[in-house]
Design a protein around this ligand. Structure first.
Ligand SMILES: NC(=O)c1ccc[n+]([C@@H]2O[C@H](COP(=O)([O-])OP(=O)(O)OC[C@H]3O[C@@H](n4cnc5c(N)ncnc54)[C@H](O)[C@@H]3O)[C@@H](O)[C@H]2O)c1
Length: 338
């Protein structure tokens, strides 16, 4: 199939591009590089530098490459920034997303996979979180993703554009070629590894008084290559006529901040100094997914569920890319197709 990967120069998108290409699909990466990296896209993959707000460039890419399905990773995705700049979030994550759907409909492309998030749930009443758990997002970022899920349902009913929304919990880890390089970095594992690498002095732990076994927050970490596999499964399901649907994507196990620190110390054999800070507003004690639905319906089965193994992949990538993609060896991009 011919797949347009919007946001394919970003963290999760680039790993999915890797998987799609290996599975034999024709891939077009469409990215404005606002938060992604040209180096994350292998030379063998068609790259269009464009914004999803730009209908003409989008339609040209969709028609020229005879695209069958779109994977939509583009978004602004920092919770704190979304609170300070809500319009920017509604514009990129909702308005520009609608623009992408409009371009698809005009080009008769009607299969869509959407990067949603655990942030649609806010502070859930019960754990594990299922697809039916009530959704009360507590920040503009979560609200943009929740709104877009509703838009996709309406778009499916009205226009027959079938979609699968994948609600990722905490994406983490790396492949041989692609890893996490966000600026600023807000995710726990890369921050912890920056401390191990001597690029940060210490890790701030926000809250030591949660009702968890060690007092720190518990989150569900899902390896980025398992997320990419879920996209392939979703694509296959849509290809067989699956109806519009939503799935949670998590590891099913929660790890506390201190467990992540301890595992990272073991993997890196380095000490990770921590500083205790007050709780952050809106940080729930525990967020752990039930991914039973995608396991049962799409036969998704995460391969890298062990926390140490997850951290090992991220650490290896960090050692090979001490300055992120800025330090990627030029040859890395060409190793890809073999
Ligand atoms: N990383 C996580 O843990 C996580 C968790 C839940 C959901 N998500 C969602 O998954 C998706 C991918 O996350 P990520 O961590 O890979 O993010 P990322 O920032 O690394 O990648 C997003 C990519 O989209 C591009 N982009 C953004 N706006 C664009 C626009 N208007 N036009 C064209 N390109 C644009 C950026 O340049 C970037 O390459 C996002 O939608 C995010 O909300 C991520």
């Amino acid at each position: 199939m011919s797949i347009l990967v919007a946001g394919g120069a970003g963290y999760i998108g680039s790993v999915t591009v890797e998987r799609l290409s290996r599975a034999g699909h024709k891939v077009v990466v469409y990215d404005n590089l606002s938060r992604g990296h040209r180096e994350a896209v292998p030379n063998q993959v068609t790259f269009v530098q464009g914004d999803i707000a730009d209908s003409a460039t989008l339609e040209k890419a969709l028609r020229e490459h005879k695209v069958d399905a779109v994977m939509h990773f583009c978004a602004h995705s920092q919770v704190g920034e979304s609170v300070k700049e809500p319009f920017m979030y509604y514009q990129n994550n909702v308005q520009n997303g609608i623009n992408l759907l409009g371009a698809m409909l005009r080009c008769d492309v009607k299969q869509f996979i959407f990067s949603s998030t655990a942030a649609v749930f806010g502070e859930p009443d019960a754990i594990p979180i299922t697809e039916e758990t009530a959704q009360h997002p507590t920040n503009p970022y979560g609200r943009t993703k929740w709104m877009f899920e509703q838009i996709l349902r309406d778009c499916s009913d009205a226009h027959g554009l079938r979609s699968i929304s994948l609600r990722y919990f905490n994406a983490c880890g790396a492949t041989e070629l692609c890893g996490e390089d966000h600026t600023p970095e807000t995710h726990l594992i890369p921050i912890v590894l920056d401390v191990a690498a001597g690029k940060r002095e210490s890790l701030g732990i926000f809250g030591r008084d949660y009702p968890t076994q060690d007092g720190t927050c518990i989150r569900d970490y899902v390896h980025v290559s398992d997320l990419a596999d879920a996209h392939i499964k979703a694509l296959e399901a849509l290809g067989k006529g699956a109806a519009t649907n939503i799935y949670n994507l998590g590891n099913g196990q929660g790890f506390s901040v201190l467990e992540v620190v301890q595992a990272a110390e073991e993997v890196t054999s380095r000490k990770i100094p921590c500083i205790n800070s007050p709780r952050r507003a809106g940080d729930p004690a525990r967020l752990v997914a039930s991914s039973d639905r995608i396991r049962e319906e799409l036969h998704w089965n995460p391969q890298i569920a062990d926390l140490r193994r997850i951290i090992e992949t991220a650490w290896k990538w960090k050692l090979e890319h001490p300055n992120g993609y800025g330090s990627a060896p030029a040859a890395a991009k060409d190793r890809f197709a073999s």
